[in-house]
Design a protein around this ligand. Structure first.
Ligand SMILES: Nc1nc2c(ncn2[C@@H]2O[C@H](COP(=O)(O)OP(=O)(O)OP(=O)(O)O)[C@@H](O)[C@H]2O)c(=O)[nH]1
Ligand SMILES: *[C@@H]1O[C@H](CO)[C@@H](O)[C@H](O)[C@H]1NC(C)=O
Ligand SMILES: *[C@@H]1O[C@H](CO)[C@@H](O)[C@H](O)[C@H]1NC(C)=O
Ligand SMILES: [Mg+2]
Length: 389
């Protein structure tokens, strides 16, 4: 009977599936111990039983010379593991395999063993894992919880991205005022921030940290853009109140023209996109920056609005650093959803084995503020930029 035959065929197919499933699960759990816990440097060491000569890997292409007092830093949850490993792979392949800088991971929760095991295997420098103290990731006592809750409701109605999220606000406040004071970060002077899911598109053939040191830079960026106004309606008022009380913190040769079109009366919403940053931790730990953060924190906008760490860092850098202390890393080709920085000029891209599509470069788009940065600093724009506008 055709019905019975079809029935039999289903049973046979199901059996085959079960056998295959058994085979795959048992073989993968058998393979895990082979690589778990071994560090990249251990590849050629005795206790790692290499099966074939090629398992010993190619010699490490470590760049000669001194290293800076610097680390990568990532704020992440355990659930970010498979997105942060992609970022680490990009950073290692394009840069850090040659320099072996450390990597600090911070979390408001404990990192689990899988997170630590997998990220440690991928990073060529030392990895460190820190838990954020509760005082750095909670509502300060001067915040009115009811008012904050009401704002989240309103922002949810208005469909403002992350508008109803408490954790996103703690994250923005943490990145604005605390990450550089974490005990693990006190050992370093320089940081390079890396978020989950980013990409690097070109080889970086020099030490970007050393560039910062040698050229006396304090802060850097690759992408700039306009902030979503609804998230920061009173940030500029709070900033003006700060500059009134602390005029001594304002740099003489500042970048006010980057953030204001009317000499400080209003904010034009330009900011450096802080999911990428290479910067100086001692500057963030300085009285000038800390007075700014404390003053903003008391104004309450991290909770009564949804202030992001990008405009906070950017306004601080624009007002409290001299122009020549802020650097645009044209040669760090970068992606964080949804924007790309792809260096203008084919010769550069070919020479650095870039794999970004130049049509996706955001620099000269009208939503980018990078043109302003070039004009303010009298830097000539690269040849061919008009074609990318
Ligand atoms: N430990 C921890 N890390 C967080 C939390 N929320 C965000 N992060 C991290 O903070 C950084 C910024 O968060 P994202 O979710 O990437 O925010 P975003 O870049 O504005 O938005 P996306 O477009 O979603 O990337 C990332 O490194 C996240 O991994 C959290 O609740 N706990
Ligand atoms: C690195 O910088 C930190 C912060 O400035 C400092 O405390 C530490 O001593 C420095 N380490 C080295 C090796 O210079
Ligand atoms: C202005 O700043 C001063 C000093 O930080 C602070 O005491 C005051 O409360 C602030 N005023 C407002 C309206 O935020
Ligand atoms: Mg992100």
């Amino acid at each position: 009977m055709p019905g019975t035959q079809r029935y039999l065929r289903y049973i046979v197919a199901a059996l085959i599936c079960l056998i295959l499933l058994f085979f795959f699960t048992s073989s993968s759990s058998y393979q895990t111990p082979n690589w778990a816990g071994s560090r990249p440097q251990d590849v050629s060491s005795e206790h790692n039983n290499a099966q074939t000569p090629s398992d010993k890997g190619l010699p490490q292409a470590v760049a000669p010379g001194e290293r800076m007092n610097a680390t990568f830093v990532t704020l992440a949850r355990n659930s970010d593991l498979w997105d942060i490993v992609k970022s680490i792979r990009h950073v290692e392949d394009r840069f850090n395999r040659k320099y072996n800088y450390d990597w600090v991971f911070l979390n408001d929760d404990d990192f689990n063993d899988e997170f630590k095991k997998v990220t440690t295997a991928l990073v060529s420098g030392n990895t460190k894992y820190g838990k954020i103290p509760t005082e750095h990731w909670s509502f300060p006592d001067f915040i009115d919880q009811d008012r904050a809750a009401k704002v989240r409701e309103e922002m949810k109605e208005k469909k403002i991205i992350y508008g109803d999220s408490i954790s996103y606000r703690h994250m923005c406040r943490y990145e604005s005022g605390f990450f550089f004071r974490h005990s693990l970060m006190l050992d370093y002077e320089w940081y390079w921030r890396v978020e989950p899911g980013i990409e690097l598109y070109c080889d970086i053939n020099y030490d970007a940290f050393k560039y910062m040191v040698d050229n006396k830079k304090k802060y850097s960026f690759v992408i700039s853009l306009y902030e979503y106004v609804e998230t920061i309606p009173t940030l500029w008022d709070a900033t003006k109140n700060f500059t009134k009380h602390f005029p001594q913190h304002i740099a003489k040769d500042n970048s006010m023209r980057f953030i204001s079109d009317d000499d400080g009366e209003t904010y034009n919403h330009c900011h450096f996109w802080s999911n990428f940053e290479i910067g100086n931790l001692n500057w963030l730990r300085s009285d000038a920056y800390m007075d700014y953060f404390t003053s903003l924190d008391h104004a309450g906008g991290f909770f009564y609005e949804r202030w992001g760490d990008a405009p906070v860092h950017s306004i601080a850098a624009a007002l409290m650093l001299n122009k020549d202390e802020i650097h645009f890393f044209n040669d760090i080709a970068y992606y964080h959803v949804p924007f790309t920085h792809c260096p203008t000029g084919e010769a550069y891209r070919l020479e650095h084995k870039c794999h970004c599509n130049p049509k996706e470069n955001f620099d000269w788009n009208s939503y980018s503020c990078t043109s302003r940065y070039f004009e303010l600093n009298n830097i000539p724009k690269p040849q061919g930029y008009e074609k990318e506008q």
